[in-house]
Design a protein around this ligand. Structure first.
Ligand code: SF4
Length: 314
């Protein structure tokens, strides 16, 4: 479905293009961002791709169109660059479910455990992690660890998905979850399957276990793109945030991508926080260089170590 820009949006895009050239800025956008933002981004990707790009860029300014922990990650990996977050109110409810104090206490209770933190954590929580993972590399990274006992924070559904594939390790799960993915049930997917009997089902591992168990494929956003655009099926039922539809249709418009829907704006599977960034806000931060991500030096130093450990493995 092609999105038609309004005249105002076209003007904003012209302004953004002029400013990014003048200021040697780069715009990084997550797959869950609005379609018009994905279209103007220099790089669109999942958390791992964006983290890597952030580390390699020679731009002076990084505008990060994603939620707060992603902009923080870009800053941690690029302490000397100016990282601008278009809307600082765009946070991640799941990341906020893990707090520094509570994780510190859990670590003290399990001194023999290694802390594996999903990249969807706030910067202070990352400082307590031994290693960071993304949904794409989590199984590989966890398998590579020497430790027998793992504290996995904050997504209990991604944690249990990993645990099933790494049965030799013992897991302690945090009670966190992604509200939009959690709300998607196996029943909703099976209803769609009745409507599209030849369809394949692909879901993100942040979905609740019932949805994961009936899927034909479980993977990160990039892995879902690869599967959905190449699998031998005309229709793919996709269980992840609806922003991904934009990329799927761009990459292979010959297929039908069906996303579960609800009447609520913030329903299944729609992340309101991801949608808080807009073209207006990108133009504004580029023009005024506002909403800069600022983190204490010691937090950045400590949080960088587990991030760099991950980047070395994958
Ligand atoms: S989709 Fe879920 S994990 Fe991603 S930012 Fe939104 S609430 Fe957080």
């Amino acid at each position: 479905m092609t999105y038609v820009l309004t005249e105002r949006e076209e003007q904003l895009i012209k302004k953004i293009n002029r400013l990014r050239k003048e200021k040697n800025a780069i715009i990084l956008a997550h797959y869950y961002q609005r379609g018009e933002i994905q279209d103007i981004a220099d790089v669109v990707g999942d958390s791992l791709e964006l983290a890597r790009k952030a580390q390699k860029t020679d731009a002076d300014i990084i505008v990060f169109a994603g939620v707060r922990f992603m902009a923080e990650t870009a800053k941690i990996l690029n302490p000397d660059k100016k990282v601008l977050h278009p809307n600082p109110e765009s946070g991640c409810p799941m990341a906020d479910m893990a707090t520094y104090q509570a994780l510190k206490k859990m670590k003290e209770e399990h001194p023999d455990a290694v802390v594996v933190a999903y990249i969807n954590t706030n910067a202070d929580v990352k400082t307590l992690a031994d290693i960071i993972v993304t949904s794409r590399n989590a199984v590989k990274v966890v398998k590579s660890l020497d430790a027998k006992k793992i504290i996995f924070v904050p997504d209990k559904f991604l944690g249990s998905f990993i645990a099933k594939q790494v049965p030799e390790k013992e897991f302690i799960f945090w009670e966190g979850f992604c509200p939009p993915h959690f709300n998607l049930t196996a029943e909703q997917l099976l209803e769609l399957k009745e409507k599209y009997p030849n369809a394949k089902i692909a879901v993100h591992p942040e979905c609740n276990t019932s949805a994961v168990e009936i899927a034909d494929f479980v993977g990160s956003t990039s892995q879902i793109i690869e599967f959905a655009t190449t699998v031998d099926a005309d229709t793919v039922i996709v269980g992840t945030e609806v922003g991904l539809k934009h990329q799927l249709e761009k990459i292979n418009p010959n297929k039908n991508y069906v996303f579960p829907e609800t009447a609520d704006y913030c329903g299944i599977v729609h992340c309101c926080d991801m949608k808080k960034n807009t073209l207006d806000k990108i133009a504004e931060v580029l023009e005024n260089e506002t909403n800069e991500v600022v983190l204490p030096e010691d937090v950045m130093e400590k949080a960088r170590l587990p991030l760099e450990r991950m980047v070395k493995i994958v």
